[in-house]
Design a protein around this ligand. Sequence first.
Ligand SMILES: [Zn+2]
Length: 402
Amino acid sequence: MKSIVLLGDGMADEPMEQLGGKTVLEYASTPNMDRIAHDGRIGLVHTVPPGYHPGSDVANLTVFGYDPATCYSGRSPLEAASMGVKLAPEDVAFRLNFVTLTAHYGKLYMEDFSAGHITTAEGAELIATLQAELGGEEFHFYPGVSYRHLLVWKGGRDKMVCVPPHDITDLSIEDHLPKGDGADVLMHLTNSAQMLLSQHPVNTRRENARQLPASSIWLWGQGRAPRMPTMQEKFGIKSGAVISAVDLIRGIGIYAGLEVILVPGATGWIDTNYRGKAQAALDALATHDFVYLHVEAPDEAAHSGSLEDKLTAIEAFDRDVVGPVLEGLQRFDAWRVLLLPDHPTPVALRTHTDKAVPFALYGSGGEFAVKSPASAYNEVEAAKSGLVVAKGHQLMSQLLGC
Ligand SMILES: [Zn+2]
């Protein structure tokens, strides 16, 4: 049996006036996704357990078949795995953003959570300085991509409250600084970093080029290595693979025991290499029995508030990922597909919500090829079906038939 998850990050949305009261999924032309819903089954699934923040980390863990209540330990440890950093039991990983803070009347404001999307080379140069000056036995700074980096605190604390910087754009940072046990250590480290950054040639160059400087680090998303069984252990698959442009999703895949497949031109944006991802997934299914194919573009488009880009991303996902995968699956004797987003990212809100999302299950035979009355894949048809999976992590057992 070959099983594949096709995940369009943040595809689900709310009805929009500009679309005559339709959601983006209802409005978009998606014949391939519609076929999955019509020839298979459609329903609603809750991917964010009550009390959890609707982050892609929590929601994707659920779709991978893991209950976040038993294994979620923070975002950063998952990203660390993707960066090839193994955490010891005493290690706490933090996401380190380079950010731009600006002063107004004695208060500091979060002007940009990405330091103007600083380049990867500039980020690496800054991280090298932080590691040379502040790294050692206790702290280790690792370079990542653009503004996204990693700090590992050996013997560190992990229970403080840290706010994601993208949630406080344009707000005063005063009320959003780390709080709780260990927060003073983070503040001290942040202040030391600010001193080093203010004199740094990278920032001098950026300011001369009228680009936003990386005026501070921002630490958040902390946690220890999660304890989770692999999908081989949990579901009895022989082997599997994950395809995603996003560190977080690859990191979950690594902890789940999957092979990470890198696709040239996979960007996480609407210009991503959709067809390359579909082809890589089909190639992977020749040797693996499970593939998780994640496309970030609809979510990014929604975060930027662009309805047009979200429509483009969803239609491209349908045409260049879902279509070719459905066609390619025909070469295998028995196959199953699960189609869904991880969470809604309504364009109007520009952030995630924790509402249930539409899913569709379809396959080459048996209960997976029961025709449903649904004419299309969208939130409305999913709600009409009356099928609701309250514990989203159970959906993976249905897909894998265990
Ligand atoms: Zn997401």
